[in-house]
Design a protein around this ligand. Structure first.
Ligand SMILES: [Zn+2]
Ligand SMILES: [Zn+2]
Length: 578
């Protein structure tokens, strides 16, 4: 976990412990919100040296600023340490489990005397949790999933971190050895949302030279293993990178083999066997006389098996084998298909950059449009825009657009809050000024399933809401999704023509790949937005597109592949425009 995650985690912890102690709701909320803000701001928060500077971030008040400084100096927050001594350690350990929440943790601890996660699992598996008042079998199942979740995530890192390190290493290696054949393999090449170790594959005759270069990279902290064809290092950031060298003429076969997934490769080998062939990391061979018929290039491996080439993101044995055999693989969404970003924050609410800065970054990406969707009124703590401020912003955006000095058109918008009754901020008149209306849940995250589902569906049925933001609310490895009936939400969205967001902020990736595919199958449109809080975060679109590709999405499944005119027509369909 990096420093920012640790800091954010400390605030989440504060909120949970206060809730267990029965603290008033608004204090709990303030710390929950602080955790989110810290994640959105990122490392910059540690560049500030005093309360005054920190308070310049919208939403950071004095109390929170002081705690941030304290954390910076001491690595912890005394209030948190204090609370930890007041709350039983068993309860603290239970809090790690997503889907559990402080109230339930307390109940389970008090009623069943559960002391740790192993005992919690046991209680769930023997049906003891379901018997507790207010829990039931569904909650028990959720808690079990939560336990699986923490056990799966530990020792893994978010995709974007792994991807960036891989990119750095590949470019350093290519600088040292121009023209080097090098690629990521494994789950990183398949762009899974979290990655264990980083696997790299090189094709080169001179493996000694490759290894020397690799082991002396400045990024290396420690050499874990050193061999002729495979070596492993630990990076300064504490991540393991394995690099393997194969002969260039076998590179395609090796890349296919080491990309996986295992389930995909098992199927590939079955297909081969039926044609009297065998496939391994060295090539495709005839069983009869062990003759190599493909090895150098990866597409050639599939072609030798009479298969079309499935993109790495698809190789999870989710139907891609059959589709490749029948030559009906989808034309996956490409980053270049994205015409603009539909979710961003500026310095009008809790973002860092001004409208022009955001627009310049969109222009640098070759976009045609960028939606400015600052927080709405009711999210005061994130600098949500009061009525008058929003009108002012709409005018500022129109003025900028009218100057005509950029190919990028800024779209007016708002990230509205779905309140406890499923209503959103602002009146109809004000909404009629906004091109892009996202509605998200920012409070009441732990309400019962029926209640949250109902709130979201009511927002979907609101004609002035066109996109549902981060629909499940998960933070990968840190917060489980809300307990909602996603299928019902997807059906409602398909029915009303409301888009569901693929929030491409790396900690969120929400909806996730399998849900995206479900949404598409049920006929709901998907909207890609980065939720940028600074201009350079527009680059997170890359990871959103990767998730979309894992979900087999094509250009027509995605809202912001439309040109400007088409998009505006879609956004205003069935709404009153001022
Ligand atoms: Zn949001
Ligand atoms: Zn947002």
């Amino acid at each position: 976990m990096n420093k920012i995650d640790e800091l954010a985690q400390a605030f989440t912890y504060l909120a949970e412990l206060l809730e267990i102690k029965g603290e008033v709701r608004f204090k709990v909320n303030a710390y929950e919100r602080a955790a989110e803000l810290i994640r959105a701001i990122g490392d910059e928060i540690f560049e500030k040296d005093n309360v005054k500077e920190l308070r310049q971030f919208p939403g950071i008040g004095e109390g929170i600023a002081k705690k941030i400084l304290e954390f910076k100096e001491t690595g912890t927050i005394s209030k948190l340490e204090e609370l930890k001594t007041e709350v039983p350690i068993a309860l603290i350990s239970l809090l790690q489990v997503p889907n559990l929440g402080p109230k339930r943790a307390k109940l389970i601890y008090e009623e069943l005397g559960v002391q740790n996660i192993d005992e919690l699992r046991e209680a769930a598996e023997t049906g003891k949790l379901a018997e507790l008042r207010g829990l039931g079998p569904k909650a028990e199942q959720n808690i079990l999933e939560g336990i699986d979740h923490i056990e799966n995530i530990s020792g893994r890192m978010l995709l974007h971190k792994a991807y960036e390190i891989q990119r750095d290493i590949c470019s350093l290696m290519s600088e040292a050895l121009p023209g080097l054949l090098i690629n990521p393999a494994g789950s990183l090449r398949r762009m899974k949302e979290t990655i264990g170790d980083i696997d790299l594959l090189v094709g080169c005759e001179n493996s000694r030279l490759v290894m020397e270069t690799f082991l002396s990279l400045p990024i290396t902290r420690r050499v874990i293993a050193k061999g002729d064809t495979k070596s492993s290092i630990m990076t300064a950031a504490g991540l393991q990178v394995d690099l393997r060298v194969v002969k260039p003429e076998q590179y395609g076969a090796a890349l296919q083999y080491f990309t996986g997934s295992q389930a995909h490769n098992i199927r590939v080998r079955e297909i081969a066997r039926k044609s009297g062939l065998k496939v391994n990391e060295y090539g495709v061979f005839t069983v009869k006389d062990n003759r190599c018929i493909a090895a150098e290039d990866e597409a050639g491996v599939y072609a030798a098996l009479d298969m079309a080439f499935p993109k790495p993101e698809m190789r999870e044995n989710q139907g891609e084998i059959e589709a490749a055999i029948e030559d009906r693989l989808p034309a996956l969404l490409e980053l270049a298909d994205i015409k603009g970003d539909l979710h961003s924050h500026s310095d009008w609410s809790d973002g860092r950059d001004d409208l022009e800065g955001m627009r310049a970054a969109a222009e640098a990406r070759g976009y045609r449009y960028l939606a400015i969707t600052d927080h709405a009124m009711k999210l005061k703590i994130a600098g949500g825009l009061e009525r008058e401020r929003l009108i002012e912003q709409v005018h500022a955006i129109r003025e900028l657009n009218a100057r005509g000095d950029s190919p990028v058109v800024l779209l007016t918008g708002s990230e509205l809050n779905i309140d406890n009754d499923g209503d959103v901020d602002y009146d109809e008149e004000l909404l009629s000024l906004l091109d892009v209306t996202i509605a998200s849940i920012h409070g009441g995250l732990r309400q019962p399933r029926e209640k949250i589902t109902k709130r979201i569906i009511k927002a979907i049925r609101n004609p002035d809401v066109k996109i549902i933001g981060h629909p499940t609310g998960r933070l990968i490895g840190q917060r489980a999704p809300y307990d909602i009936d996603l299928r019902a939400i997807m059906r409602a969205a398909a029915e009303t023509g409301t888009a569901l967001e693929l929030n491409s902020f790396p900690d969120r990736l929400d909806l996730k790949d399998e849900n995206l595919r479900q949404a598409r199958d049920l006929g709901a449109k998907v909207s890609l937005g980065t939720d940028s809080h600074r201009s350079n975060q527009l680059e997170f679109m890359f990871y959103g597109v990767a998730m979309a590709r894992r979900a087999w999405l094509e250009i027509d499944d995605v809202l912001n592949t439309m040109g400007l005119d088409g998009l505006l027509e879609w956004l205003w369909a069935g709404r009153k425009k001022a």
